[in-house]
Design a protein around this ligand. Sequence first.
Ligand code: MIC
Ligand code: SF4
Length: 648
Amino acid sequence: MGQTIAEKIIGAHLIEGKMIPGETIAIRIDQTLTQDATGTMTYLQFETMNLDRVKTDLSVSYVDHNTLQEDWKNMDDHRYLQSVAAKYGIWFSRPGNGICHQVHLERFGLPGKTLLGSDSHTPTGGGLGMLAIGAGGLDVAVAMGGGAFYLVMPKIIGVKLSGSLKSGVSAKDIILEVLRRETVKGGVGAVYEYFGSGVDALSIPQRATVTNMGAELGATSSVFPSDEQTRAYLADRGRGDGWIPLKADEDAQYDHVVEIDLSNLTPLAAQPHSPDNISPVADLAGIPVNQVVIGSCTNSSIDDLAAVAEMMKGKTVHPNVSAGIAPGSRATLLAADKAGILGELIRAGFRILESACGPCIGMGFAPKSEGVSLRTFNRNFKGRSGTADAKVYLVSPETAAAAAVTGVITDPCTMPFTKLDTRTFMLEGIRLAGDDMFIPPLTVEEAKKVTIERGPNIKPCPVPVPINDSAEFPVILKAGDNITTDDIAPAGAKVLPLRSNIPEISKFIFSPIDPQFWKRAQEAGSSIVVGGSNYGQGSSREHAALAPMYLGIKIVLTKSFARIHKANLINFGILPLVFKNADDYDKISQGDVLAIKDIHAFLSGADESIEIFNKTKDETYEALLQAEKRDRAILKAGGLIPYTGSGK
Ligand code: MIC
Ligand code: SF4
């Protein structure tokens, strides 16, 4: 039987297990990436492995999230990361060099390779035909140490593209259409694989927009073929010799196929507060807009910037709109300068933001109270912008630019513009940027002399305590469906600087949905959190597991989990249980006391389900642990660090 691209890459990297969807497999990782907000914990964990050097082909540490530097904390993190990179043979991308996923695509991505990143948008690399997967920092640390990455063999969903995009419709609208059809839960346990005649004309940055936002489907990854576009892209960046052709076999089997005729697509928007709350832009036309932001790892390429600049030609940002632009990388910024794009945007009234994550993660440029913000980003969870009651719409650069001109949501197809050919400008940007803002790995001898800089913001990573065999726990929170990791461990200018300090960051756990949570957790000692379906969607931040572990949460009982968060819970020894009968969720109230017995035998695989006795309501429920042998053993040991320390 023929194979899909994902199956070919997995097959070539398989270390353990069978490639049967749903079975646990282990794969070899060629490349890793980290960013500063998850990187400090990743490297603190890597340090505990007592290795001299990373064992991957390539590992890169980026600084792009925490760049506000309101005080010494961010910079302490940067210095720690730079010195760790020097010590262990890791490339360091200095702050200002750009957003990790954009820079990795431009500088390091290669078809056929595996990439594991401590950021959920790592699948951006799939635009180049890589199998790029987001994971918790601890999994990335293990991969850097040469360990395999364990995952559930995904099912492969095909996305067949035909036709071509009309002017005013862009790659963002493709992924918004996939989200409309598949939802934020549709991709759990799946890889989306793109094929069909519509693929050929899509540039690598366009493909990367699509694979990046595949994260919002809950997918393990998304991947495009490696073809002539890929070859030309790599050749332009001096990596032509790394090109290999890669496509699915004619008779490859997909779990199901989503068919999209690009010619019929119209501009779309994800309305507040979920990336799958999709509506045609035309239906939203006329809604007053207060803010427009172009950027983030999804839509910050030179072509995105060029489209906006072309649409702004001779026009000024509407007086009611505050507009900003954050180019994806330093090379893009230089190219935008050479092409006159930057000048046009400055003239039109755009505020030029740093080449970093910035407003996407609530680091500045927050909208006004109850403000409507149109962003080319990938997440519009409530409060993520920094303004709790803001209404954030996710749109294409063209839709954002149209609103910047008119001050209201406007279908960009009503404002035709000429597309600028940016290739030569981008080549110039790449040439000018060079590798100046990268620090390459040191030699083994040089690395030995490096002392790691540990400022006061760098606190050790707490180690979990294994769960008792029997226990009683109060339910200290009952949460609903689609709880995001932004709900669990918020980001933003106030909290993000505490990413290297678990005791401090733990004070903010669940604060967006329940400011009293930390106090209750302190009082309870050990406790349970109950949630609905797709619990933990969104970011890969392991702080959403690590800090709850630190606060004594032993079990999270839900209807279902998002992939990365479930893996993070297991890594930090928290039992991710699911209701056998989803209706039992309704029977539990916050404050109920749940008693559980024989947990160790259950973790050893003795029973399929475990009984949970609600002492407050005098009822019994059954819960399942949808985890295989290795994960059960990790949980029994109290987490991946104690498990690995025990010689496994
Ligand atoms: C995000 O987009 O939410 C982040 C910030 O990039 C996260 C990582 C983090 O929380 O540091 C992600 O997507 O994994
Ligand atoms: Fe940065 Fe936003 Fe991309 Fe996350 S989604 S990596 S915060 S730009």
